[in-house]
Design a protein around this ligand. Structure first.
Ligand code: BES
Ligand code: ZN
Length: 894
């Protein structure tokens, strides 16, 4: 399995030896071949330490090179080499014009990287290294060039021709062809290039910027989706305003376009002035999309828009710096959502994602720092670590600097580096220069992988009214680094008195305390910098309850021996929404663990009274935000529960959690029903925060109540679910009801509903994907056969990533099925990886990652997972899958 194992290292970075000042593309779309003529104005880079006269351009083996010209003269084959995918031009002068003519076949491109066909339209995806599938180029993010793009195509089939920047010319040609020329005045790397040719309709809007410029906003979609654009347009306008108000960032072009495409590997892409979106991540209407999807769409629209500054105006020097744009932009879109909706609920969602998936990645074979030191295939590093942990790292800088200095730092960063390709070091330097705060130790977050544990102990001295908090940190070894240096991190905390009020804090000046410990009223941010340090609070008049890691101020595991009484106290009293929820979660996890051991001994599980009281208090409190109540009473997912266990017994987690569900429903049946009825609004559909929260809460209640039906079958709650389904009021309610009903392990019930649902929605690809996902991710055993049958369904298309994600991705998330003890789930996923790797390595590698995380599973499962990995390793693999599989197998041998 040693094929393709070229490793790229950060330490080998060198500035490019040539600069491409302008890039003129002439792209002629044809049925069999698309011709790409690239005219590049090139000069040597005086900043290059190794001046060379050889220009080395990246391409791919699917490009047919027709001709190479220098300064208008055709080059003889002796003047250049074409080896594999690399084109080297010998003896280049100081400055010259290089023209290449190539032929490509986008209609055969199933990797969805470069120029490809999705349905009837041509579109592009160039990040990270897709541009090299279009033409030979300096395909690296630090090669910035001014692009002019001419596209021509048959007018009837492709009436819309788009590229980056502004339209400068268009017209008709012979033979029913037409053309358009686009010019983007902002120099950009090739990964931000985009073009589209298709038969699309347009939805328009305008945004007036803070300085009074009118920006045209346009969304292009297939005609049948024209009614699904409103939400994205509204989200876009809100994002544009927010970025002006919060970051002082104004949009720069006069036109901002979004195109929706059905076949897309990712969610969306921030190409300059021409964002391309997976249809599923931009189109929505209440009948077909749930509240969660509306929220996700708003976040993605905001994210891609925010990249215009954090990514496009200031871009990455190399792909090791990916978190520079992704971590920062995820942080920005999270802030946007928190500001626009409920901050506490958004924080809970983000922390849940981080702890469930990023902590798992950090503890597995793909562990890497947010700035990796090496890669085989960069696509594998568009990871929860680079994104979510990267966002947490930016958030910690914000916490350490405070609002004003953070804004000063971001202004300095954007101002200092506008138009440049820079590094995460440059980002941190701007933050540090603007604030005067030393962030040198903080930078370990960029180079060290692994999740730190904060071990905290405390002692109250009633004679001296002193409270001591001792904080230790440790981080497990990861492949790239055995011994970790201590991190610098902000620990936000408060001390609560017996009434739950925050005590005023006075921190004794201690030599062991480094850096400024920010006191913010009655809560403070401690600068943790050492392996072990102690903080002494003075004038503490009674034994306090510590509220620790408020707002989840650092991406760590908190190890503090909270008593059950303390947790119950925090769960009802803490004013920090995150900590309040966290206290509930800890109690629910502890209770689930008891349920698991009861199940293990085949004994009955009895839910504790205090927990019931706590849950009841939340359910009946009508003053609380219903979205928050839904979070407070929801059980941790099986995936997160698995994260908290030293060895993972998938079946036991499932049965233990189901027992909890049943116990809670039994104990709180009347409260759950009352809460359902209170929140079940059959009036006019509304999307206010309150209405959305009420739907979340009532569907949480309905799900609990239906746990009762599966044991003591009376059908009462099933009827409520059926009625809710039959109302067809909106997809949030319909989807939740259907999900509950088909989760009942009763095919007589599920089959007609699923058939009816499909019948109704078969014309809508987005809903069909939900239909697939619901069946393939159902949380009950024995799904594989059904999943395999669905692969043969007319609506399934293995070349469409959304369909693959809804079927195979959902199956993997159904742990009891993926981890079935007979290994059938692993073998199925192995089969799918091999099939997909032949044409879409990115999607294949995404499915391979879960197979590599075998470490904490039972020995039998570990062996079965490794068996699949070895089987994969014997095949001819893409770089993408090769890297994932080889890292996983290496980790088995240590
Ligand atoms: N730049 C990425 C899209 C991308 C990712 C292109 C990987 C090529 C390879 C884009 O900005 C992005 O991050 N999209 C996310 C959604 C976002 C809200 C986190 C995605 O596509 O999932
Ligand atoms: Zn992004």
């Amino acid at each position: 399995m040693t094929q393709n194992s070229q490793v790229t290292y950060l330490k080998d970075y060198q500035v490019p030896s040539f600069i491409i000042e302008t890039t003129d593309l002439d792209i002629r779309i044809g049925d069999e071949y698309t011709s790409v003529v690239a005219r590049l104005k090139v000069r040597r880079n005086s900043a290059s330490s190794e001046p060379s006269s050889e220009l080395v351009l990246q391409g791919s083996k699917d490009i047919k090179l027709q001709e190479v010209m220098m300064n208008g003269l055709i080059l003889d084959k002796s003047n250049y080499d074409l080896e594999g995918s690399v084109l080297s031009i010998h003896q280049c002068p100081e400055a010259f014009e290089l023209t290449t003519e190539c032929l490509i076949q986008p209609q055969l491109n199933a990797s969805l990287e470069g120029l490809y066909k999705s349905g009837g339209m041509y579109c592009t995806q160039c990040e990270a290294e897709g541009f090299r599938n279009i033409t030979y180029y300096l395909d690296r993010p630090d090669a910035l060039s001014v692009f002019t793009t001419r596209i021509s195509a048959p007018k009837v089939s492709y009436p819309i021709l788009l590229s980056n920047g502004n339209p400068v010319e268009q017209g008709d040609l012979d033979n029913g062809e037409h053309f358009a020329v686009w010019h983007d005045p902002f120099p950009k790397p090739a990964y931000l290039f985009a073009m589209v040719a298709g038969n699309l309709v347009r939805q328009d809007d305008v945004f007036t910027t803070v300085s009074g410029r009118k920006v045209d906003l346009q969304i292009f979609v297939e005609a049948h989706n024209s009614h699904k654009c409103d939400h994205a347009l509204e989200s876009l306008k809100r994002s544009m305003l927010w970025d002006e108000q919060v970051y002082g960032r104004e949009y720069d072009l006069d036109l901002f376009m979004i195109v929706a495409v059905d076949d897309f590997n990712m969610g969306a892409m921030e190409n300059k002035g021409l964002n391309i979106f997976n249809s599923d991540c931009v189109l929505a209407d209440p009948a077909t999309s749930s509240d969660a999807m509306f929220e996700r769409i708003e976040g993605i629209v905001a994210h891609e828009y925010f990249h215009n500054w954090s990514g496009n105006r200031v871009t990455c020097r190399d792909w090791f710096q990916l978190s520079l744009k992704e971590g920062f932009t995820v942080y920005r879109d999270s802030q946007y959502t928190a500001d626009t909706y409920s901050a506490a609920v958004k924080r809970i969602d983000d922390v849940t994602l981080l702890r469930t998936h990023q902590f798992a990645e950090d503890a597995g074979p793909m562990a890497h720092p947010i700035r990796p030191a090496s890669y085989i295939e960069i696509n594998n590093f568009y990871s929860v670590t680079v994104y979510e942990k990267g966002a947490e790292v930016v958030g910690m800088i914000h916490t350490l600097l405070g609002d004003a200095l953070f804004r000063k730092g971001s202004d300095l960063y954007f101002g200092r580096h506008d138009g440049q390709a820079v590094t995460t070091d440059d980002f941190v330097a701007a933050m540090s220069d603007a604030s005067g705060i030393d962030l040198s130790q903080f930078k370990h977050w960029y180079s060290q992988a692994g999740t730190p544990t904060l071990a905290i102990t405390d002692a109250y001295d009633a004679t001296n009214n002193e409270y001591r908090l001792t904080v230790g940190q440790s981080t497990p070894a990861t492949a790239e680094c055995q011994k970790k240096l201590p991190f610098h991190l902000p620990l936000r905390m408060a001390l609560l008195d017996t009434n739950g009020l925050e005590m005023p804090l006075t921190l004794r000046d201690d030599d062991s305390v480094q850096g400024d410990n920010l006191l913010l009223g009655n809560s403070c941010v401690l600068n943790i910098t050492q392996a072990q340090q102690t903080f002494v609070f003075e004038g503490v008049m009674e034994q306090p309850t510590p509220s620790l890691l408020r707002g989840f101020s650092a991406p760590v595991k908190l190890d503090y021996a909270y008593t059950q009484e303390q947790l119950l106290f925090l769960a009802s009293k803490d004013q920090d929404g995150f900590c309040r929820w966290e206290a509930c979660q800890r109690l629910l996890i502890e209770a689930t663990e008891l349920a698991m051991s009861a199940m293990n001994q085949s004994s009955h599980y009895q839910l504790g009274d205090s927990l019931v009281t706590m849950l009841r208090a939340s359910l009946v409190d009508e003053t609380l935000d219903p979205a928050m109540v839904a979070k407070l009473v929801q059980l941790p997912s099986e995936a997160y529960l698995a994260e908290t266990q030293t060895t993972v017994d998938v079946d036991l987690i499932h049965t233990g959690r189901e027992a909890m569900r049943l116990a809670i429903a039994t104990a709180l049946e009347s409260e759950l029903l009352a809460c359902y009825n209170r929140c079940h609004d059959i009036g006019l559909f509304s999307q206010t925060g309150k209405a959305i929260g009420q739907r979340a809460l009532k569907n949480t209640c309905l799900s609990y109540l239906n746990a009762l039906d599966s044991v003591q079958y009376q059908g009462q709650y099933q009827t409520i679910a059926r009625d809710q389904y039959a109302l067809q009021a909106n997809m949030t309610d319909v989807g939740a009801a259907l999900h509950i009903l088909i989760g009942q392990n009763n095919s007589e019930l599920a089959a007609p509903l699923l058939a009816e649902f499909y019948q109704r929605w078969q014309g809508d690809a987005q809903v069909v994907c939900q239909w697939f996902a619901m069946q393939c991710g159902a949380n009950r055993p024995g799904l594989l056969k059904q999943v395999q049958d669905l692969l043969d369904h007319d609506a399934f298309d293995i070349r469409n990533p959304n369909k693959v994600r809804s079927v195979v991705g959902s199956f993997i998330r159904s742990a009891i099925n993926f981890h079935a003890v007979d290994g059938s789930g692993y073998a199925f996923v192995g089969d799918m990886i091999l099939k997909l790797d032949n044409f879409n390595p990115m999607i294949a590698a995404g499915l391979a990652k879960p197979l590599g995380r075998f470490k904490r599973h039972t020995p039998q499962r570990q062996a079965l997972m490794q068996q699949q990995l070895r089987r994969l390793s014997e095949a001819q693999l893409s770089k993408d899958v090769f890297e994932v599989v080889s890292r996983a197998l290496d980790s088995a041998n240590v």
